[in-house]
Design a protein around this ligand. Structure first.
Ligand SMILES: NC(=O)c1ccc[n+]([C@@H]2O[C@H](COP(=O)([O-])OP(=O)(O)OC[C@H]3O[C@@H](n4cnc5c(N)ncnc54)[C@H](O)[C@@H]3O)[C@@H](O)[C@H]2O)c1
Length: 272
């Protein structure tokens, strides 16, 4: 069932790589809720070709942009406004990558050039997008910018490596830029801290499957799916959440406030 929550709104959705991507589901839901938007991803990801299907399905133009490159981000905002016929109402930042994780380098001996890359792609890119958008005055008053985060920003998860540092930085940018953009233009900036989700980025993390099951067993509602996450993102793009800004919002089936579940305790009993 749809509610026309985004009727008349124009957006930019980054990070849809394939049909498992959280951004892919957000695009499908945004389309169903009446929004028009452009899709963007790094040029290398676009060459893999999958995103064209999503562009056809949602009637969206695809604009390549490396989210670490200020010129490409500027072109993304300018072309999106040209194509969509006006300022942007919502932006999804759904971007993450760690060369240290890709190359299986342990956290206590990180490669620092890779660390800089992880931070640039996964966190500073949000700052760069907000900086460009604010200078261009590309986002409407009351517009909503959303990034995706993970609870390793607050707690230690050994397998999450330097992505934990990137997510902590990302959430800090949400607060700090959210303040400045809110004051200047009433633009809202939030992050959604999502359950482990089976996507290319998620599954690239060592031990992901075991951890996915653990989180599912801890959370009273179980893990939140990518589709549920997309529904939540739609509410945050809509005018129903107009006064929500500078927040990191958990979307995790209750995981973040649960100490332990009976299922997990049962597992320990059996092992005695
Ligand atoms: N999957 C999970 O378990 C999980 C949990 C919490 C948060 N997240 C976050 O959700 C977001 C989306 O990830 P996903 O799980 O849908 O995986 P995904 O692999 O489908 O998406 C990650 C995207 O980042 C893009 N990207 C990488 N480098 C880029 C660059 N330089 N410029 C532009 N785009 C670039 C990739 O091409 C890809 O589309 C990420 O921020 C991720 O950290 C994921």
């Amino acid at each position: 069932m749809t509610h026309n929550l985004l009727k008349g709104k124009r957006g930019i959705i980054t990070g849809a790589l394939d049909s498992n991507s959280i951004a892919w589901k957000v695009a499908q839901k945004a389309h169903a809720e009446g929004a028009v938007f452009t899709l963007s991803n790094a040029p290398i990801a676009l060459r893999m070709g999958e995103i064209k299907k999503l562009g056809d399905e949602t009637g969206s133009q695809i604009i390549p942009a490396d989210a670490t490159n200020m010129e490409e981000i500027t072109a993304l905002f300018q072309q999106s406004m040209d194509v969509l016929g006006g300022k942007i109402d919502f932006v999804l930042h759904s971007i993450g990558m760690s060369p240290n994780i890709r190359k299986n380098i342990p956290y206590d001996s990180l490669n620092y050039e890779f660390l800089v890359k992880s931070l640039d792609v996964s966190a500073f890119s949000l700052h760069k997008m907000l900086n460009v958008a604010k200078k261009m005055d590309a986002i409407t008053e009351g517009g909503s910018v959303l990034a995706l985060s993970y609870i390793a920003a607050q707690r230690a998860y050994p397998f999450y490596s330097d992505m934990a540092d990137a997510k902590a930085t990302l959430e800090s940018i949400v607060r700090s830029f959210g303040y400045h953009y809110g004051k200047a233009k009433k633009v809202r900036v939030n992050s959604v801290s999502q359950s482990p989700t089976r996507t290319t980025a998620g599954s690239g993390i060592k031990g992901f499957d075991e951890f996915y099951d653990y989180a599912d067993a801890i959370s009273p509602l179980g893990n939140a799916s990518a589709e549920d996450c997309a529904n939540y993102c739609i509410t945050l793009f809509s005018d129903m959440t107009k006064m929500v800004t500078m927040q990191n919002l958990y979307h995790d089936g209750g995981y973040s406030t649960t100490g332990v579940s009976t299922e997990v305790m049962e597992g320990f009993k059996q092992n005695k």
